[in-house]
Design a protein around this ligand. Structure first.
Ligand SMILES: Cc1cc2nc3c(=O)[nH]c(=O)nc-3n(C[C@H](O)[C@H](O)[C@H](O)COP(=O)(O)OP(=O)(O)OC[C@H]3O[C@@H](n4cnc5c(N)ncnc54)[C@H](O)[C@@H]3O)c2cc1C
Length: 502
């Protein structure tokens, strides 16, 4: 508490609190921009193999706020195993639930048009649904277990949280220990603002991040991985974007807003809205809405509503929790729909009423156009996850593809390090070839998945997506997506099915 802090501060001569900070240059094998799901999966994969890794995260803390739920498909689970060992997918999937059945209700102006029940997951394969924050916690724990950067001794916790006044014995001890302890592998409030690479290394330019204070640290690494998400600054710099900060010209806006929240089943009065281990999709023609309700394990329910409406939503980059008045707006949308949709809409109304407004997360749906290349010409900078290939979320593959990236990049770097005979210490000259192997293995497959997701996104926006049953070509493509490693992922990617992507 604040009172206890100030009491301790008086006794110990502490003059101010500060964000943990490291002075000087950090030397690492791999610097990762972004502690999202992709960056964390890569850091877990590399640290357990003994690489020296530093993750630079713009936010003041690793983010747990999006109230999202991730569908983890067989390909994502297999990639997590390849990246982090068998314990990782087991630990992650234990935090959610395997969804074995989905009920689809298509509602028109004259009540339910059709009801379809699909056993064993929405697409014939069981997926685990896990709250985003829990996936992140498990990835953090896996990364934490790995080697520390440099392997040096860490200072006592006190010195990581407090700055002493620099006078007297405590002050002297504090500065000595701060010089002595190794930097943490994850550095929040450190935003990657740019880079400069040469034949030996990449110098990462770091800015203050969300907390604002300018960090006194520079990072020099053999490789920089931009895992900094949809609005990646690393991608913009790589592509030489004229804007410098973000390459907005590469980002597609689907004129669609997504709202979601997680709450306890027990908080919703009345009979259960979805049975445990099941999900329900509700499509409404008017107003054009799609809703998703799914049991996400540990006694919790996830709901998501999507509306195609160009006029609504935050400013282009806006996203956040608890927009004032949002609950009333959602309730009014479904009040309108209730007469037409009957029982399905009534269930959604119950769920929204039971959700606190502060717990509703709102964002617009974007993806990126496929990139002609993911890596710099010199091969010391590459991209991963949404930074490389942000997907429309209809097939629930964004994080799964990021995990495939992490597994493939870790494998390529590991092969390069093994060949040097220098243990897991990467020789700088082997990095560009490893990066080329990674991109060769991943870019074609991720681009095909991106096109498939974009087709689904356009159909969802137009209100036809969940009303069409996938044809055999589309089903074959989906089965290819769900396999990791995928047959022919490097050479012969199957054609993206016309009935989904056009
Ligand atoms: C509505 C919705 C539903 C989804 N559902 C699913 C699903 O069911 N299954 C699935 O697999 N995927 C799903 N996804 C996609 C999934 O959430 C993303 O693909 C995944 O989170 C991408 O991870 P990432 O690490 O690449 O990026 P992010 O999670 O965006 O992480 C990027 C990180 O980088 C940080 N950062 C940004 N800029 C900088 C900088 N300059 N320097 C340092 N740090 C920086 C950010 O703060 C953030 O922590 C969904 C997405 C949406 C929008």
């Amino acid at each position: 508490s604040a009172a206890l802090r100030s009491h301790l501060a008086r006794i110990l001569g502490v003059t101010r609190w500060h964000v943990p900070r490291v002075d000087g240059v950090i030397e690492a094998d791999v610097a990762i921009a972004g502690a999202g799901l992709g960056g964390l999966a890569l850091s877990a994969a590399l640290r357990r193999r003994g690489f020296r890794v530093v993750v630079l995260e713009r936010a003041a803390a690793a983010r747990y706020t999006s109230q999202g739920t991730i569908a983890l498909w067989p390909n994502g689970l297999a990639a997590l195993e390849a990246a982090g060992g068998a314990r990782l997918p087991a630990a992650v999937s234990k935090r959610g639930v395997a969804v074995e059945a989905t009920e689809i209700l298509n509602c028109g102006l004259h009540g339910s048009e059709s009801t379809r029940r699909i056993e064993v997951g929405p697409h014939g394969v069981s997926a685990f649904f896990i709250p985003w924050a829990k996936v992140q916690q498990e990835l953090m724990a896996a990364a934490e277990e790995g080697e520390a950067v440099g392997g040096a001794v860490r200072g006592p916790w006190l010195l990581e949280s407090w700055t002493l006044d620099g006078r007297g014995v405590l002050g002297a001890l504090s500065s000595a220990l701060r010089r002595w302890r190794s930097p943490p592998w994850l550095m929040c409030s450190h935003e990657v603002a740019g880079f400069a690479e040469d034949a030996e290394a990449v110098e990462v330019r770091v800015a203050g991040g969300a907390a604002g204070a300018a960090p006194r640290v520079a990072v020099r690494a053999s490789l920089l991985v931009g895992a900094d998400g949809l609005f990646s600054r690393v991608r913009a710099a790589l592509q030489g974007s004229p804007g410098g900060g973000v390459d907005l010209e590469r980002i597609n806006d689907y004129s669609t807003t997504n709202w979601n929240a997680i709450l306890r089943h027990a908080a919703i009065p009345g009979p259960p809205v979805v049975p445990r281990g099941e999900s329900r999709i509700l499509n409404l023609a008017s107003p054009k809405l799609s809703c998703y309700l799914v049991d996400c394990g540990e006694g919790e329910l996830f709901w998501q509503i999507r509306q195609a409406d160009a006029a609504w939503g935050h400013a282009q980059r806006g996203a956040g929790l608890g927009r004032p008045g949002i609950k009333a707006r959602l309730l009014s949308l479904f009040d309108e729909a209730e007469a037409a949709a009957g029982v399905g809409a009534r269930d959604i109304l119950r769920v929204i009423r039971a959700t606190a407004e502060e717990g509703i997360f709102e964002r617009r749906i974007f993806d990126t156009q496929p990139l002609p290349a993911w890596s710099s010409a010199a091969g010391r900078v590459t991209l991963l996850g949404d930074a490389a290939h942000a997907l429309h979320p209809t097939p629930g593959q964004g994080a799964n593809q990021a995990f495939e990236d992490a597994a493939a990049l870790a494998e390529a770097l590991c092969d390069a390090a093994d060949r040097t005979g220098g243990g897991r210490r990467l020789r700088a000259e082997d990095v560009p070839a490893a990066v080329a192997t990674y991109e060769e293995r991943r870019r074609r497959r991720a681009t095909a998945v991106q096109a498939w997701a974009a087709g689904g996104g356009r159909r969802q926006r137009d209100g036809t997506w969940q009303r069409t049953k996938p044809g055999p070509e589309a089903e074959a493509f989906r089965q290819w997506v769900l396999k990791y490693p995928a047959p022919g992922e490097e050479a012969s990617v199957p054609p993206v099915p016309n009935d989904i992507s056009k």
